[in-house]
Design a protein around this ligand. Structure first.
Ligand SMILES: [Zn+2]
Length: 259
């Protein structure tokens, strides 16, 4: 298998736009490309392939997760105006569409998605994975959240976090399209505020991604199972979350430790 990451030997990358502007444009691009709809359908049983924003999938994919993102945005950035409305307006819009009669189905509750679970369970066979959903960046995020509750273990936790940073730095510039779950956004947010985080996220801006793709068309292909309207998997919603928390000391990950 090809190396799944870009060797991190380039000079330190810096942002060329303000995080607030990147947040604004990510959310507006999400609203333009994946707008709230009048009617949604239930997720297909077997394959999520090619579902462009009109399939229901709890908080993981579809309009309800999008509504939750905009609710979070309205709490975090009450001043935001997006295409002429505040974030709460858009949260309501994503909640309005006709959902038919949603039912709890076997094996399809909460955040559970078979494909992701399968991928995570298969991770042992692929030690090259360095990403939030399985790998060092995910452990770093988890350990940072747990650390305050285990005072006696803080030295060990700090050593583990440092180790995580090292692995993420060397092997974490993933070639997959940036998102929170398995890409530059989630990996970059695992670093402390400062140059390492900036290096990763500077490579994940729309301009940086387009530039790299021009140089090497194999880079940054979508790995989102066709699910664009997902805060963990889709580029624009993931970008919005990442820019929203970019300047925080310990940024949280949506649906993982965000409340
Ligand atoms: Zn993932």
């Amino acid at each position: 298998m090809d190396q799944p990451f870009i060797p991190n030997t380039m000079p330190a990358q810096t942002l060329t736009a303000a995080p607030a502007d990147l947040l604004q444009s990510s959310l507006e691009e999400m609203l333009r490309t994946l707008p709230p709809k009048d009617k949604y359908k239930n997720a297909p049983d077997e394959d999520y392939g090619d579902v462009h924003g009109d399939v229901l999938g709890g908080l993981l994919l579809g309009p309800t997760g999008a509504a939750y993102l905009f609710l979070q945005m309205s709490a975090r950035h009450p001043e935001l105006q997006l295409l002429g409305h505040d974030a709460l307006y858009w949260a309501r819009k994503y909640m309005e569409g006709d959902r038919g009669m949603p039912a709890v189905e076997d094996g399809c509750c909460g955040l559970v998605a078979e494909k992701l679970a399968f991928e995570a369970a298969s991770a042992d066979s692929d030690p090259g994975r360095v990403q939030f959903c399985h790998g060092a960046p995910g452990f770093t995020h988890a350990l940072q959240s747990l650390r305050p509750y285990y005072p006696a273990l803080q030295d060990q936790i700090d050593r583990a976090i440092e180790k995580g940073y090292g692995i993420s730095w060397t092997n974490g510039l993933l070639k997959k399209e940036p998102n929170l779950c398995h890409g530059l956004f989630g990996n970059g947010l695992a670093f402390p505020k400062g140059p390492r985080r900036e290096h990763f996220l500077a490579l994940a801006t729309p301009d940086a991604v387009a530039n790299r793709k021009r140089q090497d068309p194999t880079l940054f292909k979508a790995h989102n199972y066709g699910i664009d309207l997902s805060v963990l998997l889709g580029y624009w919603p993931s970008a919005a979350w990442a820019w929203s928390v970019y300047e925080e000391d310990e940024p949280r990950i949506f649906l993982f430790n965000d409340i």
